[in-house]
Design a protein around this ligand. Sequence first.
Ligand SMILES: O=C(O)CCC(=O)C(=O)O
Length: 155
Amino acid sequence: MNPARERLLTDGYCTFESLLDQCQLEQVRRVSDAALQRVSSAHRKENKSQGSLINISDHPGYADLIGNASAREVFRSLGFANPCFSSGYLISKPPGGPALFWHQDWWGWDDPLSYSDQIAQVFFMYYLTDTTPQNGCLRILPGSHRRRHSLHEAI
Ligand SMILES: O=C(O)CCC(=O)C(=O)O
């Protein structure tokens, strides 16, 4: 099996390097910087842990990113024949903000599909700046999409 798909199935994630070329990256950063300028302080206050949480569907400048050819190739290589975009967010966090609370994004636990090998939802994340444990990278619990973890009792 493709190692990335195997990792996605067992650990719940996989990574790919440099999907955007410099020109695409600069374009997305420009659109993102402009969108971030318009976020109200009330919205920031409501989403302290999540960060800016800007709905990219409200910004046509993200159309090329959503339909990005490299991303489509990644999906194809992972065995997704016909992926559909459902939602997307620009997440930018100011320095010193609170950590994001533990959570799962999947919502269909009452559906038997959730207990099969079929992958129903993928969160495709592009990092627009280098992200490290020091500046607030995403924390995950590998395999917690398939196996019970004590934190599941708390969310
Ligand atoms: O903020 C992050 O790094 C992850 C975002 C996330 O998991 C979410 O918003 O559901």
